[in-house]
Design a protein around this ligand. Structure first.
Ligand SMILES: Cc1ncc(COP(=O)(O)O)c(C=O)c1O
Length: 453
Protein backbone atom coordinates (compact mmCIF):
# COMPACT_ATOMS: atom_id res chain seq x y z
CA UNK A 1 0.00 0.00 0.00
CA UNK A 2 1.47 3.42 -0.85
CA UNK A 3 2.12 5.74 2.08
CA UNK A 4 0.88 8.56 -0.09
CA UNK A 5 -0.63 8.67 -3.54
CA UNK A 6 1.55 8.66 -6.62
CA UNK A 7 3.62 11.80 -7.11
CA UNK A 8 2.39 12.35 -10.65
CA UNK A 9 -1.27 12.10 -9.62
CA UNK A 10 -0.66 14.60 -6.82
CA UNK A 11 1.03 17.04 -9.17
CA UNK A 12 -1.71 16.69 -11.76
CA UNK A 13 -4.44 17.37 -9.17
CA UNK A 14 -2.50 20.23 -7.62
CA UNK A 15 -2.01 21.99 -10.97
CA UNK A 16 -5.69 21.58 -11.79
CA UNK A 17 -6.83 22.85 -8.36
CA UNK A 18 -4.38 25.78 -8.34
CA UNK A 19 -5.62 26.88 -11.77
CA UNK A 20 -9.25 26.60 -10.66
CA UNK A 21 -8.54 28.53 -7.46
CA UNK A 22 -6.75 31.43 -9.17
CA UNK A 23 -9.14 31.70 -12.13
CA UNK A 24 -12.04 32.19 -9.73
CA UNK A 25 -10.39 34.94 -7.66
CA UNK A 26 -9.57 37.90 -9.93
CA UNK A 27 -10.41 40.49 -7.27
CA UNK A 28 -7.92 39.03 -4.78
CA UNK A 29 -5.26 38.97 -7.48
CA UNK A 30 -5.98 42.59 -8.41
CA UNK A 31 -5.76 43.70 -4.78
CA UNK A 32 -2.41 42.02 -4.35
CA UNK A 33 -1.09 43.63 -7.51
CA UNK A 34 -2.17 47.04 -6.20
CA UNK A 35 -0.74 46.23 -2.74
CA UNK A 36 2.65 45.36 -4.20
CA UNK A 37 3.29 49.07 -4.80
CA UNK A 38 3.14 49.79 -1.07
CA UNK A 39 3.93 46.54 0.76
CA UNK A 40 6.71 43.98 0.21
CA UNK A 41 5.13 40.84 -1.25
CA UNK A 42 1.86 42.78 -1.50
CA UNK A 43 0.74 41.83 2.00
CA UNK A 44 0.93 43.53 5.41
CA UNK A 45 3.45 40.97 6.72
CA UNK A 46 5.71 39.63 3.98
CA UNK A 47 5.48 36.04 5.27
CA UNK A 48 1.72 36.14 4.79
CA UNK A 49 2.32 35.50 1.09
CA UNK A 50 4.85 32.74 1.66
CA UNK A 51 2.68 30.89 4.16
CA UNK A 52 0.24 30.02 1.40
CA UNK A 53 1.31 28.22 -1.72
CA UNK A 54 -1.57 29.77 -3.64
CA UNK A 55 -2.49 33.47 -3.57
CA UNK A 56 -4.03 34.42 -0.24
CA UNK A 57 -7.68 35.37 -0.67
CA UNK A 58 -8.38 38.94 0.45
CA UNK A 59 -11.03 38.91 3.14
CA UNK A 60 -14.29 40.84 2.86
CA UNK A 61 -15.84 39.86 6.19
CA UNK A 62 -16.58 37.09 8.64
CA UNK A 63 -19.15 35.86 11.13
CA UNK A 64 -19.24 32.83 13.41
CA UNK A 65 -17.21 29.98 11.92
CA UNK A 66 -17.02 31.42 8.38
CA UNK A 67 -15.28 34.15 6.46
CA UNK A 68 -15.93 35.49 2.96
CA UNK A 69 -13.39 36.69 0.42
CA UNK A 70 -13.66 39.64 -1.95
CA UNK A 71 -14.51 37.30 -4.85
CA UNK A 72 -17.61 36.15 -2.97
CA UNK A 73 -16.45 32.75 -1.75
CA UNK A 74 -17.34 31.68 1.76
CA UNK A 75 -15.15 29.33 3.81
CA UNK A 76 -15.87 27.18 6.86
CA UNK A 77 -12.75 28.08 8.80
CA UNK A 78 -10.84 25.17 10.35
CA UNK A 79 -7.51 27.00 10.56
CA UNK A 80 -9.09 29.83 12.58
CA UNK A 81 -6.14 32.15 11.94
CA UNK A 82 -3.66 29.68 13.38
CA UNK A 83 -5.79 29.07 16.48
CA UNK A 84 -6.29 32.76 17.33
CA UNK A 85 -9.97 32.83 16.28
CA UNK A 86 -11.08 29.76 18.23
CA UNK A 87 -13.92 31.88 19.67
CA UNK A 88 -15.13 32.47 16.10
CA UNK A 89 -15.69 35.75 14.28
CA UNK A 90 -17.53 38.55 16.03
CA UNK A 91 -18.75 36.64 19.09
CA UNK A 92 -21.47 38.89 20.53
CA UNK A 93 -20.08 39.20 24.10
CA UNK A 94 -16.65 40.23 22.81
CA UNK A 95 -18.10 42.70 20.29
CA UNK A 96 -20.15 44.30 23.06
CA UNK A 97 -17.25 44.37 25.55
CA UNK A 98 -14.72 45.84 23.11
CA UNK A 99 -17.23 48.41 21.87
CA UNK A 100 -17.82 49.53 25.46
CA UNK A 101 -14.09 49.53 26.18
CA UNK A 102 -13.46 51.83 23.22
CA UNK A 103 -16.16 54.20 24.43
CA UNK A 104 -14.69 54.23 27.96
CA UNK A 105 -11.13 54.72 26.62
CA UNK A 106 -8.98 51.90 25.35
CA UNK A 107 -5.58 52.89 26.69
CA UNK A 108 -4.36 54.76 29.76
CA UNK A 109 -1.10 53.15 30.91
CA UNK A 110 -3.00 52.86 34.17
CA UNK A 111 -4.73 49.74 35.52
CA UNK A 112 -8.40 48.91 34.99
CA UNK A 113 -10.47 46.42 36.96
CA UNK A 114 -10.79 44.02 34.01
CA UNK A 115 -7.11 43.16 34.58
CA UNK A 116 -7.98 41.69 37.99
CA UNK A 117 -10.91 39.70 36.62
CA UNK A 118 -8.79 38.30 33.76
CA UNK A 119 -5.85 37.46 36.04
CA UNK A 120 -8.20 35.76 38.52
CA UNK A 121 -9.77 33.72 35.74
CA UNK A 122 -6.41 32.75 34.24
CA UNK A 123 -5.28 31.74 37.74
CA UNK A 124 -8.36 29.56 38.19
CA UNK A 125 -7.79 27.95 34.81
CA UNK A 126 -4.04 27.40 34.73
CA UNK A 127 -3.34 27.07 38.46
CA UNK A 128 -0.67 29.79 38.70
CA UNK A 129 -1.38 32.64 41.13
CA UNK A 130 0.16 35.74 39.50
CA UNK A 131 -0.21 37.17 35.97
CA UNK A 132 1.16 39.86 33.71
CA UNK A 133 0.07 40.93 30.26
CA UNK A 134 1.61 41.74 26.90
CA UNK A 135 0.21 42.23 23.40
CA UNK A 136 1.11 38.80 22.05
CA UNK A 137 2.22 35.32 22.98
CA UNK A 138 5.70 35.98 21.57
CA UNK A 139 6.11 38.86 23.97
CA UNK A 140 4.81 36.76 26.86
CA UNK A 141 7.50 34.20 26.05
CA UNK A 142 10.12 36.93 25.92
CA UNK A 143 9.09 38.10 29.40
CA UNK A 144 9.21 34.55 30.73
CA UNK A 145 12.80 34.24 29.50
CA UNK A 146 13.75 37.54 31.14
CA UNK A 147 12.42 36.62 34.55
CA UNK A 148 13.97 33.16 34.33
CA UNK A 149 17.37 34.80 33.79
CA UNK A 150 16.85 36.97 36.86
CA UNK A 151 15.62 34.08 39.01
CA UNK A 152 18.41 31.67 38.08
CA UNK A 153 21.33 33.95 37.25
CA UNK A 154 21.76 31.91 34.05
CA UNK A 155 21.22 32.87 30.44
CA UNK A 156 20.46 29.80 28.37
CA UNK A 157 17.09 28.61 27.18
CA UNK A 158 16.37 25.01 26.23
CA UNK A 159 13.72 24.32 23.62
CA UNK A 160 12.71 21.16 21.79
CA UNK A 161 13.33 20.53 18.12
CA UNK A 162 10.06 21.31 16.31
CA UNK A 163 9.07 24.09 18.69
CA UNK A 164 7.66 27.49 17.82
CA UNK A 165 7.34 30.17 20.46
CA UNK A 166 7.32 33.30 18.31
CA UNK A 167 10.11 35.01 16.40
CA UNK A 168 12.48 35.54 19.33
CA UNK A 169 16.25 35.41 18.84
CA UNK A 170 16.57 32.81 21.55
CA UNK A 171 13.82 30.42 20.49
CA UNK A 172 13.71 30.68 16.70
CA UNK A 173 16.71 28.42 16.38
CA UNK A 174 17.50 25.14 14.68
CA UNK A 175 20.22 22.51 14.60
CA UNK A 176 22.54 22.40 11.61
CA UNK A 177 23.94 19.15 10.19
CA UNK A 178 26.72 19.12 12.77
CA UNK A 179 24.32 19.55 15.72
CA UNK A 180 25.23 23.22 16.20
CA UNK A 181 22.41 25.59 17.22
CA UNK A 182 21.91 28.25 14.53
CA UNK A 183 19.39 31.05 13.88
CA UNK A 184 16.43 29.49 12.07
CA UNK A 185 15.77 32.47 9.81
CA UNK A 186 17.61 35.51 8.53
CA UNK A 187 17.82 38.60 10.71
CA UNK A 188 18.11 36.74 14.01
CA UNK A 189 21.16 37.28 16.19
CA UNK A 190 23.76 34.55 16.39
CA UNK A 191 24.08 35.56 20.05
CA UNK A 192 20.54 34.29 20.59
CA UNK A 193 21.42 30.94 19.07
CA UNK A 194 24.59 30.78 21.16
CA UNK A 195 22.41 30.96 24.25
CA UNK A 196 19.97 28.30 23.15
CA UNK A 197 20.02 24.56 23.51
CA UNK A 198 17.86 22.30 21.34
CA UNK A 199 17.07 18.67 22.15
CA UNK A 200 14.57 16.22 20.62
CA UNK A 201 11.09 16.11 22.16
CA UNK A 202 10.39 12.93 24.13
CA UNK A 203 14.09 12.32 24.74
CA UNK A 204 14.54 12.42 28.52
CA UNK A 205 18.17 11.32 28.32
CA UNK A 206 19.18 14.15 25.97
CA UNK A 207 17.28 16.52 28.23
CA UNK A 208 19.04 15.20 31.34
CA UNK A 209 22.45 15.55 29.69
CA UNK A 210 21.74 19.13 28.57
CA UNK A 211 20.42 20.17 31.98
CA UNK A 212 23.32 18.60 33.83
CA UNK A 213 25.65 21.25 32.45
CA UNK A 214 23.97 23.60 34.94
CA UNK A 215 23.64 26.62 32.65
CA UNK A 216 19.97 26.46 31.60
CA UNK A 217 17.74 29.21 32.99
CA UNK A 218 14.53 28.03 31.39
CA UNK A 219 13.05 25.10 29.53
CA UNK A 220 10.23 26.30 27.30
CA UNK A 221 7.86 23.92 25.58
CA UNK A 222 4.36 23.44 24.35
CA UNK A 223 2.78 20.54 26.26
CA UNK A 224 2.28 18.82 22.88
CA UNK A 225 4.05 20.22 19.82
CA UNK A 226 1.58 21.81 17.41
CA UNK A 227 3.85 23.47 14.86
CA UNK A 228 5.13 20.51 12.82
CA UNK A 229 2.27 19.93 10.33
CA UNK A 230 1.22 17.13 12.67
CA UNK A 231 0.64 16.91 16.38
CA UNK A 232 3.49 15.47 18.45
CA UNK A 233 2.24 14.10 21.74
CA UNK A 234 4.43 13.48 24.78
CA UNK A 235 5.22 9.86 25.60
CA UNK A 236 3.67 8.64 28.84
CA UNK A 237 5.92 9.89 31.64
CA UNK A 238 7.75 12.52 29.56
CA UNK A 239 6.21 15.48 31.38
CA UNK A 240 6.91 13.87 34.76
CA UNK A 241 10.55 13.46 33.76
CA UNK A 242 10.69 17.01 32.39
CA UNK A 243 9.44 18.47 35.64
CA UNK A 244 11.71 16.32 37.82
CA UNK A 245 14.80 17.02 35.71
CA UNK A 246 14.25 20.78 35.56
CA UNK A 247 13.75 20.94 39.33
CA UNK A 248 16.85 18.84 39.92
CA UNK A 249 18.92 21.12 37.67
CA UNK A 250 17.56 24.38 39.12
CA UNK A 251 16.06 25.38 35.77
CA UNK A 252 12.60 26.91 35.45
CA UNK A 253 9.87 25.33 33.32
CA UNK A 254 7.55 27.37 31.11
CA UNK A 255 4.61 25.72 29.36
CA UNK A 256 3.48 27.63 26.27
CA UNK A 257 -0.29 27.12 25.97
CA UNK A 258 -0.78 29.54 23.08
CA UNK A 259 -2.21 26.82 20.82
CA UNK A 260 -3.12 24.05 23.24
CA UNK A 261 -5.35 26.20 25.44
CA UNK A 262 -8.21 25.31 23.09
CA UNK A 263 -8.52 21.82 24.57
CA UNK A 264 -10.26 23.19 27.67
CA UNK A 265 -10.05 25.78 30.46
CA UNK A 266 -6.43 25.70 31.60
CA UNK A 267 -5.30 23.94 28.42
CA UNK A 268 -3.18 20.82 28.70
CA UNK A 269 -1.52 22.20 31.84
CA UNK A 270 -4.74 21.58 33.68
CA UNK A 271 -5.89 18.55 31.71
CA UNK A 272 -2.62 16.74 32.35
CA UNK A 273 -1.92 18.14 35.83
CA UNK A 274 1.36 19.81 34.79
CA UNK A 275 3.15 21.97 37.34
CA UNK A 276 5.20 24.58 35.50
CA UNK A 277 6.78 27.66 37.08
CA UNK A 278 5.44 29.76 34.21
CA UNK A 279 2.62 29.50 31.69
CA UNK A 280 2.33 31.68 28.59
CA UNK A 281 -0.69 32.22 26.37
CA UNK A 282 -2.10 34.54 23.73
CA UNK A 283 -4.06 34.32 20.49
CA UNK A 284 -7.53 33.05 21.49
CA UNK A 285 -7.53 34.18 25.15
CA UNK A 286 -8.89 37.54 24.00
CA UNK A 287 -10.77 36.15 20.99
CA UNK A 288 -8.03 37.33 18.65
CA UNK A 289 -7.80 40.88 20.01
CA UNK A 290 -4.05 41.34 20.61
CA UNK A 291 -3.26 40.20 24.15
CA UNK A 292 -0.66 37.91 25.63
CA UNK A 293 -0.50 36.69 29.20
CA UNK A 294 2.09 35.03 31.36
CA UNK A 295 1.44 33.40 34.68
CA UNK A 296 4.02 32.69 37.33
CA UNK A 297 4.48 31.11 40.73
CA UNK A 298 4.63 33.28 43.85
CA UNK A 299 8.45 33.19 44.09
CA UNK A 300 8.80 34.67 40.61
CA UNK A 301 6.10 37.25 41.29
CA UNK A 302 8.13 38.40 44.27
CA UNK A 303 11.03 39.21 41.94
CA UNK A 304 8.73 41.49 39.95
CA UNK A 305 7.76 43.58 42.97
CA UNK A 306 9.02 47.10 42.44
CA UNK A 307 11.67 47.98 45.01
CA UNK A 308 12.72 51.48 45.85
CA UNK A 309 16.33 52.56 46.02
CA UNK A 310 17.74 54.63 48.91
CA UNK A 311 16.34 57.90 47.48
CA UNK A 312 12.99 56.41 46.59
CA UNK A 313 14.08 55.86 43.00
CA UNK A 314 13.09 52.77 41.03
CA UNK A 315 15.55 50.01 41.58
CA UNK A 316 16.14 46.46 40.40
CA UNK A 317 13.82 46.74 37.39
CA UNK A 318 13.33 43.66 35.26
CA UNK A 319 13.20 44.46 31.55
CA UNK A 320 9.55 43.66 30.89
CA UNK A 321 6.52 45.55 29.64
CA UNK A 322 5.46 47.79 26.74
CA UNK A 323 3.22 50.81 26.23
CA UNK A 324 0.29 48.93 24.73
CA UNK A 325 0.77 45.68 26.68
CA UNK A 326 -2.27 44.58 28.66
CA UNK A 327 -4.35 47.50 27.47
CA UNK A 328 -8.01 47.84 28.46
CA UNK A 329 -9.30 46.85 25.02
CA UNK A 330 -7.52 43.48 25.09
CA UNK A 331 -8.45 42.91 28.71
CA UNK A 332 -12.13 43.64 28.05
CA UNK A 333 -12.02 41.18 25.15
CA UNK A 334 -10.32 38.54 27.32
CA UNK A 335 -12.83 38.98 30.12
CA UNK A 336 -15.77 38.53 27.76
CA UNK A 337 -14.09 35.69 25.86
CA UNK A 338 -13.21 33.66 28.93
CA UNK A 339 -16.35 34.29 30.96
CA UNK A 340 -18.95 34.28 28.19
CA UNK A 341 -17.59 32.46 25.14
CA UNK A 342 -15.05 29.90 26.35
CA UNK A 343 -17.52 28.23 28.69
CA UNK A 344 -17.49 24.56 29.74
CA UNK A 345 -20.31 23.98 27.24
CA UNK A 346 -18.28 25.56 24.44
CA UNK A 347 -15.30 23.31 25.13
CA UNK A 348 -17.58 20.24 25.31
CA UNK A 349 -19.20 21.23 22.00
CA UNK A 350 -15.90 21.69 20.15
CA UNK A 351 -14.50 18.47 21.59
CA UNK A 352 -17.55 16.51 20.44
CA UNK A 353 -17.21 17.98 16.94
CA UNK A 354 -13.44 17.35 17.02
CA UNK A 355 -14.12 13.69 17.72
CA UNK A 356 -16.67 13.58 14.89
CA UNK A 357 -14.17 15.20 12.54
CA UNK A 358 -11.38 12.77 13.45
CA UNK A 359 -13.73 9.77 13.11
CA UNK A 360 -14.87 10.94 9.68
CA UNK A 361 -11.28 11.49 8.55
CA UNK A 362 -10.35 7.99 9.74
CA UNK A 363 -13.26 6.55 7.77
CA UNK A 364 -12.19 8.49 4.64
CA UNK A 365 -8.61 7.29 4.95
CA UNK A 366 -9.79 3.70 5.37
CA UNK A 367 -12.14 3.94 2.40
CA UNK A 368 -9.27 5.17 0.23
CA UNK A 369 -6.98 2.45 1.57
CA UNK A 370 -4.31 4.96 2.57
CA UNK A 371 -2.20 4.04 5.60
CA UNK A 372 -2.42 7.47 7.21
CA UNK A 373 -2.64 8.05 10.93
CA UNK A 374 -5.40 10.42 12.06
CA UNK A 375 -4.79 12.16 15.35
CA UNK A 376 -7.23 13.81 17.69
CA UNK A 377 -6.83 16.21 20.62
CA UNK A 378 -9.92 17.99 21.90
CA UNK A 379 -11.30 20.16 19.07
CA UNK A 380 -8.33 19.34 16.86
CA UNK A 381 -7.84 16.53 14.35
CA UNK A 382 -5.10 15.95 11.81
CA UNK A 383 -3.43 13.64 9.35
CA UNK A 384 0.00 12.04 9.31
CA UNK A 385 1.12 10.62 5.96
CA UNK A 386 2.32 7.45 7.72
CA UNK A 387 0.70 4.73 9.85
CA UNK A 388 2.26 5.88 13.14
CA UNK A 389 2.27 9.29 14.83
CA UNK A 390 5.74 10.86 15.02
CA UNK A 391 7.38 11.15 18.47
CA UNK A 392 9.61 14.06 17.59
CA UNK A 393 10.22 16.69 14.92
CA UNK A 394 12.75 14.60 12.98
CA UNK A 395 10.19 11.83 12.60
CA UNK A 396 7.56 14.40 11.59
CA UNK A 397 9.86 15.88 8.94
CA UNK A 398 10.61 12.41 7.57
CA UNK A 399 6.96 11.74 6.74
CA UNK A 400 5.96 15.24 5.66
CA UNK A 401 4.99 15.71 2.02
CA UNK A 402 4.70 19.40 1.14
CA UNK A 403 3.07 18.86 -2.25
CA UNK A 404 0.39 16.71 -0.70
CA UNK A 405 -0.21 19.15 2.16
CA UNK A 406 -0.53 22.03 -0.31
CA UNK A 407 -2.86 20.01 -2.50
CA UNK A 408 -5.10 19.30 0.51
CA UNK A 409 -5.27 23.01 1.33
CA UNK A 410 -6.11 24.27 -2.16
CA UNK A 411 -8.55 21.39 -2.74
CA UNK A 412 -10.39 22.29 0.47
CA UNK A 413 -10.33 26.02 -0.35
CA UNK A 414 -11.96 25.28 -3.71
CA UNK A 415 -14.75 23.53 -1.82
CA UNK A 416 -15.42 26.20 0.79
CA UNK A 417 -13.19 24.87 3.57
CA UNK A 418 -10.21 26.81 4.92
CA UNK A 419 -7.20 25.07 6.40
CA UNK A 420 -4.46 26.76 4.46
CA UNK A 421 -1.48 27.34 6.73
CA UNK A 422 1.13 25.17 8.40
CA UNK A 423 -0.51 23.72 11.46
CA UNK A 424 -1.33 20.45 13.07
CA UNK A 425 -4.53 19.82 11.13
CA UNK A 426 -8.03 21.26 11.34
CA UNK A 427 -9.47 22.69 14.56
CA UNK A 428 -13.18 23.12 15.25
CA UNK A 429 -14.00 26.65 16.48
CA UNK A 430 -16.67 27.40 19.08
CA UNK A 431 -19.42 28.55 16.66
CA UNK A 432 -18.96 25.63 14.23
CA UNK A 433 -21.86 23.22 13.74
CA UNK A 434 -22.14 19.66 12.45
CA UNK A 435 -22.78 20.91 8.92
CA UNK A 436 -19.34 22.54 8.92
CA UNK A 437 -17.72 19.27 9.93
CA UNK A 438 -19.75 17.46 7.26
CA UNK A 439 -18.52 19.96 4.64
CA UNK A 440 -14.91 19.33 5.68
CA UNK A 441 -15.38 15.57 5.58
CA UNK A 442 -17.08 15.57 2.21
CA UNK A 443 -14.23 17.59 0.68
CA UNK A 444 -11.55 15.50 2.41
CA UNK A 445 -13.13 12.23 1.30
CA UNK A 446 -13.47 13.54 -2.26
CA UNK A 447 -9.77 14.39 -2.39
CA UNK A 448 -8.67 11.00 -1.06
CA UNK A 449 -10.86 9.25 -3.63
CA UNK A 450 -9.40 11.42 -6.39
CA UNK A 451 -5.89 10.66 -5.16
CA UNK A 452 -6.24 6.89 -5.31
CA UNK A 453 -8.40 6.71 -8.43
C1 LIG B 1 3.09 27.74 20.61
C2 LIG B 1 3.20 29.14 20.15
N1 LIG B 1 3.68 30.08 20.98
C3 LIG B 1 3.78 31.36 20.63
C4 LIG B 1 3.41 31.78 19.37
C5 LIG B 1 3.55 33.21 18.97
O1 LIG B 1 2.29 33.80 18.89
P1 LIG B 1 2.16 35.30 18.34
O2 LIG B 1 2.65 35.27 16.94
O3 LIG B 1 0.70 35.59 18.45
O4 LIG B 1 2.99 36.16 19.22
C6 LIG B 1 2.91 30.84 18.46
C7 LIG B 1 2.49 31.24 17.11
O5 LIG B 1 2.13 30.47 16.27
C8 LIG B 1 2.81 29.49 18.86
O6 LIG B 1 2.38 28.55 18.02
Amino acid sequence: MPTTASASRMRELKEREDARYHAARPKSTALRQRASAVMPNGVPMAWMRGSYHHEPPWVAGAAGAHFTDVDGFSYADFNIADMSMFCGYAPAPVVRATHEAMLRGNQFMLPVEDAIVVAEELGRRFGLPQWQFTSSASQANMEAIRIARVATGREKVLVFDGKYHGHLDQTLVALDDTGQVIPEERGLSSLGAAQSVVVPFNDSEALRAALQRGDIALVMTEPALTNNHVLILPDPGFHVALRALTREAGALLCIDETHTQVVGPGGLTRAWGLQPDLVTAGKSIAAGVPLGAWGMCAELADLMTQRKGPDGERDGLIATGGTLFGNPLGLAAARAAMLEVLTPQAYAHTQALGTELAAGMRAAVQRAGLPWYIHELGPRAGYVFAPQPPRNAAEARAVQDDTLARLIRVWLANRGVWEAIVGAGPTVPVPAVREDVALYLEAFDGLLQALVR
